[in-house]
Design a binder for this molecule. Structure first.
Ligand code: ADP
Length: 556
């Protein structure tokens, strides 16, 4: 009985032991299944043996094979125990040839010491350093070499991880180059910027000086001055302008012409101002400005010139109004004097001419030839004088608004014929060509129109010393008759054309200086405009001129 009990207890404890072992085996299987165990040691006759689980080992192998870095393990002698394919590729050799080689063979001679120091250090502690790696072709690859010691079952080994720095180095080099270029560009920009700042500073200064110059000048000249923008808006008046007009501060930027210009001169002023803004031609007009203090008006000559930029665009109009009241008075006095003098001259001249005619006809057959010549010359001179006095009288009549005459129906072709006959008589050396259409009738004063045409013919002769051909035309031009006199003489420049219709204006050309007072074209202009016509000229220096006037056609 006692024996049975012992057997039972023994079996029971063996049973417990077996159950415990089974539980342990179950736990292990469970751990392997869930990946908590990579390897296990099995005790055998020859001692312990390490069994790695294939899947776990493979993970690391694949991982190391796929690494971008070269991985090797060295033993104490520096022989390669293990290498991944990346390192073999870096070395330029098949993987199987790499194994067993001394790692030193891949280190250039000049880096051997550095390498040895690194390896020695690597056995002590983790370390890394940049180093050159020689491949099979003798090319050097720049690498970062990291050393770590590994405690393997076979014994300690040194793991080397080699990171190829070539791309990094190239990128670094490129980056450095780019940085240098950037630096150069930056310096150049900075220099340019500084220069620009200097220029701006000096230009601003210049601008300030020139603006102050302008102000100083503008405020210290006796004229009233102003400037305006291309659209006509005024943006500056000088002190004289404010002082004279009595206007304190302008509320609008418009030229306040209505407030300062005489009402009778306003329309003409505005018309000319607008025309200049539209064409860019110089603005010039005489008008009366109101004195703000006493309300009286004084004559002023207004002139404005456009200031243009390099592209020729107008950027500013600079205007000045000069007081010409005194000159106007002087002119009036002079006109008055001319009027009186020419009137006083006319009567004795007429009697002188009459007496000369009497002398010429008195016993004319008995007169010695020399006296006859003197009388002829005296008659020519008196005719010239009479012509001059008549012109002077006309000018003063025009000034006084008293150039009056009666109008009749005139056939222009007849007028042309008459003038050509006269001219041919006076200027036998010249050839006058008649190109007048017949039956061109206008309402006019025959004497005055003949005066105009003869004046143009006289000028054509006077200013054509070399070519003696003159053409006189009369044609229908729209609703008008255009009468023209063409010569092939000295011609006129554009600037001269602008002024020749002014009173007493003569072209100052010493080479072609002829007698005259600059009244003919002025008188002609007045006569033609009082016939509701217009007079003008087309000319080219050295080629000749065509002066023409147009009159409204009466019957077509
Ligand atoms: P005058 O001939 O007496 O000087 P005008 O009023 O007739 O005065 O002419 C004014 C100016 O115009 C002249 O001085 C002359 O310079 C110029 N002129 C007139 N006609 C001609 C022409 N046919 N050719 C060249 N210049 C001319």
């Amino acid at each position: 009985m006692e024996q049975d009990k012992n057997t039972y207890d023994k079996l029971k404890s063996e049973n417990n032991e077996l159950r415990l072992q089974l539980e342990e085996a179950n736990d292990t299987i469970q751990a392997i299944r869930t990946g908590q165990v990579d390897a296990f040691i099995v005790s055998g006759d020859n001692g312990h043996q390490l069994y790695t689980l294939k899947t776990a080992d493979q993970t690391y192998r694949v991982f190391i094979e796929k690494m971008n870095e070269g991985a090797v393990t060295l033993n104490h002698e520096g022989l390669i125990l293990y290498s991944n394919s990346r390192f073999a590729a870096m070395a330029g050799m098949p993987l199987e040839k790499v194994l067993g080689l001394s790692f030193e063979t891949f280190i250039p001679a000049e880096s051997q010491k550095k390498f040895n120091d690194l390896i020695n250090n690597g056995w002590e502690e983790d370390c890394k350093e940049e180093i050159g790696l020689l491949n099979k072709n003798g090319d050097e690859i720049c690498c970062l070499l990291s050393c770590n010691t590994l405690e393997l079952d076979e014994g300690p080994a040194l793991s080397l991880i080699l990171t190829d720095l070539t791309i990094l180095k190239e990128a670094e080099k490129e980056l450095k180059l780019k940085n240098e270029q950037l630096e150069i560009a930056h310096n150049a920009t900075e220099k340019l910027n500084n220069e620009l700042e200097d220029t701006v500073r000096s230009r601003t200064n210049e601008l300030l000086i020139s603006r102050e110059h302008f102000r100083l000048l503008a405020n210290n000249i006796p004229q009233m001055t102003w400037t305006s923008l291309p659209n006509g808006e005024a943006n500056f008046y000088n002190q004289q302008w404010y002082d004279y007009t009595g206007i304190e501060q302008l509320e609008t930027s418009e030229l306040p012409l209505e407030a300062v210009v005489h009402p009778d001169d306003l329309e003409n002023t505005l018309e000319k101002y607008r025309a200049s803004l539209a064409t860019g031609n110089i603005f010039e007009v005489e008008n009366r400005y109101k004195n703000g203090t006493d309300g009286t008006y004084r004559w002023h000559l207004n002139r404005a010139i456009p200031l243009r930029n390099d592209d020729g665009e107008i950027i500013l109009w600079i205007g000045a109004a000069t007081d010409i009241e005194e000159q106007k008075r002087e002119m009036e006095r002079k006109d008055e004097f001319i009027g009186i003098a020419s009137h006083e001259l006319k009567t004795p001249l007429t009697s002188l001419k009459g007496y000369l005619q009497l002398i010429a006809s008195y016993k004319k057959d008995d007169l010695p030839p020399a006296v006859k010549t003197y009388i002829d010359k005296a008659v020519i001179s008196i005719n010239k004088l009479q012509h001059l006095v008549n012109d002077l009288l006309d000018v003063s009549k025009i000034q006084a608004g008293r150039l009056e005459y009666r109008l009749n129906q005139i056939d222009i072709s007849e007028l042309v014929k008459q003038c050509i006959e006269n001219a041919a008589h006076i200027y036998p050396a010249y050839e006058f060509k008649n190109e007048a259409q017949p039956n061109l009738v206008v309402n006019g004063n025959a004497e005055r129109l003949e005066q105009v045409l003869m004046n143009l013919v006289n000028n054509a002769v006077k200013y054509s010393p070399n070519n003696k051909n003159i053409i006189i035309r009369a044609i229908q031009f729209k609703d008008s008759v255009r009468v023209s006199v063409t010569d092939f003489g000295i011609g006129l420049s554009a600037e001269q054309i602008d002024r020749i219709f002014e009173r007493f204006y003569r072209v100052e050309d010493k080479k072609y200086m002829t007698s005259g007072l600059g009244m003919g074209l002025y008188i002609s202009t007045e006569i033609i405009s009082s016939h509701n016509g217009k007079i003008s000229v087309q000319s080219e220096p050295g080629k000749g001129s065509t002066f023409y006037f147009e009159l409204p056609l009466l019957s077509v």
